[in-house]
Design a protein around this ligand. Sequence first.
Ligand SMILES: [Zn+2]
Length: 133
Amino acid sequence: MIDTADAIVVNLCSRCGARGMPGPTRCSHCGAAEVRPARVPAVGTVLAATELLAPAAGWPSPHRLALVELEGAVRLLGVAEPNLPSVGARVRVRRDGDVYRVRPTDARGEGETPTAARSPRPFEPPRRKPPLD
Ligand SMILES: [Zn+2]
């Protein structure tokens, strides 16, 4: 089972019905081994978002991350594009290889309020104290 434009594949526990991120072979809620793939809508709500100005190598700066709760109660961390979303914003999620990409929902009246682009401060490394002799 693969993701589609409108759905993300998650794990569904056959015993308790809990949903979780794909990968684990046991239910993260009850521990049952009877998990199978299931699709949930690829839309959700931003629970938290942050912007890294000095991200790990290979990521652009600023690197914006959003914790999203998909409909179906699965939470995931994704790369927010193009701007930092507000907490509570409705977003659409798609998988891009190993990364989930989070964007505002389209203009279909799903409650998205565009976030104004912010101009991040340039990164300033912490000042180092001179070595003691
Ligand atoms: Zn379970």
